[in-house]
Ligand binder design. Structure first.
Ligand code: PHE
Length: 448
């Protein structure tokens, strides 16, 4: 790594940051409601298939690309594919980061409000209906929601300005382990609730009759979103990973941690949904309406509530900073801006679009584009369109365009690590992954 370029200082720090990017609202807020909307167990199975066949190869490729060049998204393609249009991948990456952050900030703002409500013990004594009302009234309030959203963006910006080692690595090293511990405790507690069996059955018992082309697209979108694939985030973070670390092993560790947290979140939430007769298909409000209800039924409920929502805020922060970093790294290295200026510019753009997403639940509820509110549009565009296209491009680039010897050298640390499945990996990159993504696209558009 060049003397001047910042990077991760230790393997644990790198893993915490990578897992921190992957593990976020996608696992804890989105996964349970996507599973709830799409038939539970069947969704989980399809999701896992995508993780194995798309997640592993795309993640390894992004890491290899970033670490080989030690550059941002733009610089990486400039170096590896000079005189071609591949550098345009950076536009896709920037669009993905902005679209995701626009609605991510909304939900992160809700999460922070819920930390505050827990501190005030506002859930005490409220039943399901009252909790649902509390949530719906809050998300329609333009001032409170936007204020929290801006607060969240501000904190994310501060961490990014502090840099890789001192900001991103230092904060994730503390936040990630705490998150793991709390979610495991919550999962264990939820399974011992009376009536929790129904929820576990819903999550683990596949009902294939509920699977549609759309739920397959959702499972793919969820895999891309949850693992931070196809957005250039993993490429950018990969460029900060030490040349000594084993990229294949790191990919497996990140994927295992991400999947474990998603399943644990499902285990913590779905049993409670059934125990309290809440509709599993309640959408984005599911976590916010369900969990306060379990917290009440627990001894020291308020403490559980406070720790859970703080955890969710941490998880969101560690992902948000990775999304902002993609753009900041580009602006600093290619446009020669100062880190602080680049961050202010990036966060400013995100804030403007983000306000539209936040207002989608109130003032702008009836403003729709292709039938989607701004919030849903950013969510749909990023997870189901931009990230999968990014994924196809990454597969194509590493599978067909890039020199296989360089790829192999990067993944094997110049031949010092044995790569057992290299041929299979290349096969997936070249044929299976792009084909799979393409077919699902056509399927969801109703073309096949
Ligand atoms: N993976 C993050 C989550 O699950 C979201 C994210 C997507 C982060 C894409 C970076 C890039 O919440």
């Amino acid at each position: 790594m060049s003397e001047l370029r910042d990077g991760f200082g230790s393997k644990f720090g790198a893993l915490a940051a990578l897992a921190g990017s992957a593990i976020g609202l996608g696992n804890i807020w989105k996964f349970p409601y996507e599973a709830g909307n799409n038939g539970g167990g069947a969704f989980l199975l399809i999701y896992i298939a995508f993780i194995v066949f798309l997640g592993i190869p795309v993640m390894m490729s992004e890491f290899a690309l970033g670490r080989a060049t030690q550059q941002n998204v733009f610089g990486t393609f400039k170096i590896l594919a000079p005189k071609t249009k591949w550098y345009l991948f950076s536009i896709l990456a920037i669009a993905a980061s902005i679209a995701i952050m626009a609605f991510y900030g909304t939900v992160s703002g809700w999460t922070m409000e819920y930390v505050w409500l827990s501190l005030k013990d506002s859930f005490a004594g409220k039943n399901e209906q009252e909790l649902a009302l509390l949530f719906h009234e809050f998300i329609a309030d333009p001032y409170r929601t936007i204020a929290w959203q801006m607060g969240f963006l501000f904190i994310s910006g501060l961490i990014v300005v502090a840099g890789i080692k001192n900001g991103i690595e230092r904060s994730t090293k503390i936040m990630m382990p705490v998150l793991f511990i709390i979610i495991i405790l919550l999962g264990i507690r939820a399974c011992t609730l009376p009536g929790s069996g129904e929820g576990l059955k819903f999550l683990f018992y596949p009902k294939f009759s509920d699977v549609t082309a759309n739920s397959i697209l959702s499972a793919m979108g969820q895999a891309f979103f949850s693992l931070s694939l196809g957005s250039g985030v993993l490429l950018t973070y990969g460029s900060y990973v030490s040349k000594r670390n084993n990229l294949t092993q790191m990919s497996m560790q990140v994927i295992a941690a991400d999947t474990a947290i998603a399943i644990l979140a499902g285990v913590a939430i779905l049993p409670a949904v059934f125990a309290f007769n809440i509709d599993p298909a309640s959408g984005p409000g599911l976590v916010f309406m369900t969990l306060p209800r379990i917290f009440q039924s627990l001894p020291f409920g308020q403490l559980w509530a406070i720790s859970f929502f703080i955890l969710l805020t941490f998880a969101a922060l560690t992902s948000a900073i990775s999304l902002i970093e993609v753009i900041v790294a580009y602006l600093v290295e290619e446009r020669k801006m100062s880190r602080a200026y680049a961050t202010v510019l990036t966060v400013g753009c995100i804030a403007i679009l983000g306000i539209l997403a936040t207002l989608s639940f109130g003032e702008l509820k009836h403003v729709t584009i292709f039938g989607l509110t701004f919030f849903d549009l950013f969510d749909f565009l990023s997870g189901k369109i931009i990230l999968p296209i990014g994924g196809i491009l990454i597969c194509y680039f590493t599978g067909w365009y890039w020199d296989q010897r360089i790829l192999k050298n990067e993944l094997s640390n110049n031949g010092t690590i044995r790569l057992r499945f290299f041929k299979l990996y290349i096969f997936i990159l070249r044929y299976l992954a792009p084909l799979l993504i393409f077919i699902i696209f056509l399927g969801s558009l109703g073309i096949i």
